[in-house]
Design a protein around this ligand. Structure first.
Ligand code: SF4
Length: 370
């Protein structure tokens, strides 16, 4: 299903494409640079605020372009650590964008490092069994403008909270493309959005601070390996043998480990970047000793970092989070084999931070209210 908005989101335009369009509208080319500066450096959310543009041009722009393809309808906060933004798109679809703060020693939370997690699709077709995003299936891909707009919405929220000495630089430190949807199944729109986010005239956000997370779409991992950017790649592994991974990730039937792991290796060789393997620990499903040993072999072969995430309960699913001793035992085996490993005890658990949960809950509430 494709949503065609009445007006084109302005956040889809590059400096070059906007210059061309303004020239077609009989405007001076330098106006494009002014518009782009208002969007990405001064970060205003309306045409009226672009005060150095003539009123006639603002009115022409507002007739052709949408400046707000995503509206914030709800913000949920969890103990100052996680903010979850529920955004409504032009067709009424809901998506989630999350801000995660990582507390650091000696620094107040307002100055802590921030990671923004963005979505790339409405719903998801991949059906990973731990994930709420896939429960209602896939609805559509997000457009380039809708992907970029999520970061602008975060900027609006953060800019209003903490005025900064250099407001032209976004206040967050990392972007992870790990929200709702499989990013590599929306490859072209995602890449176009990341180019705008990375461009010096755009958000000027370094590619090395952007992580794309995939469930393992092998052809697109190979394609990403050839791109001239240095994005980071995280692979949702969640099982260290085909037998176990298949129980958790249906995609493993399409692209099993013997296809996924060589593609991952190609990416890390071509890009010269350390991969991350994401591994959700689920009691007696994938947290056994043999799985830890197989995972250590895979991580050592790929020279990958392993990020362990104890399972987050999802309404309607039967699995359990292992207790701390089982989690610690799994970590020790990896460490003994020389693997670089972190365990991320879930942040934002109490605000439905597992991907897709807030959206599902709000959609149900909206349907009940009708
Ligand atoms: S984890 Fe990602 S790819 Fe898997 S169902 Fe959820 S959103 Fe889709």
């Amino acid at each position: 299903m494709k949503f065609v908005p009445e007006k084109k989101p302005i956040y889809e335009e590059t400096l070059d494409s906007l210059t061309e369009k303004l020239v077609e509208m009989n405007e001076k080319p330098f106006r494009a640079k002014q518009v782009i500066e208002w969007l990405y450096k001064k970060r205003v959310g309306s045409w009226d605020e672009m005060t150095n543009l003539p009123k006639t041009l603002r009115s022409k722009l507002s007739e052709q372009f949408e400046i707000a393809p995503a509206k914030q309808i709800l913000t949920k906060q969890s103990g100052d650590i996680t903010d979850k933004l529920l955004l409504q798109l032009g067709d009424g679809s809901l998506i989630e964008t999350v801000i995660i703060r990582v507390p650091q020693e000696g620094v107040g939370l307002e100055h802590s490092r921030k990671t923004v997690c963005i979505s790339t699709q409405v719903g998801c077709a991949f059906g990973c069994r731990f994930c709420a995003s896939g429960l209602d299936g896939w609805k559509r891909n997000l457009s380039t403008g809708e992907i970029v707009a999520q970061l602008l919405q975060v900027c609006f929220l953060e800019d209003a909270r903490t005025p900064r000495a250099r407001p032209e630089i976004p206040s967050f430190d990392n972007i992870v493309v790990m929200g709702m949807g499989e990013p590599l199944a929306n490859y072209d729109n995602l890449l176009a959005a990341l180019k705008i986010i990375n461009a010096d005239w755009g958000l000027n956000f370094g590619a090395r601070r952007i992580t794309v997370s995939t469930s393992g779409v092998v052809p697109q991992i190979k394609r990403l390996a050839e791109e001239p950017f240095q994005f980071r790649l995280a692979i949702s592994l969640h099982g260290a043998t085909n037998e176990v991974r298949e129980q958790i990730m249906p995609i493993n039937k399409r692209w099993p480990l013997e296809e996924l792991l060589p593609a991952a290796k190609l990416f890390s060789q071509k890009q010269g970047r350390m991969l991350t393997l994401e591994y959700i620990l689920i009691e007696e499903v994938n947290d056994q000793l043999e799985q830890a040993e197989h995972l250590a072999d895979i991580a050592n072969d790929l020279r990958a970092h392993v990020n362990l995430i104890p399972y987050n309960t999802v309404e309607g699913l039967p699995w359990k989070r292992p207790g701390i001793p089982r989690q610690d035992r799994f970590v020790s085996i990896l460490k003994e084999q020389g693997v670089s490993v972190t365990i991320r005890r879930e942040k934002g658990h109490e605000i439905d931070a597992a991907c897709g949960q807030l959206r599902l809950r709000t959609e149900k509430e909206l349907q009940t209210a009708k």
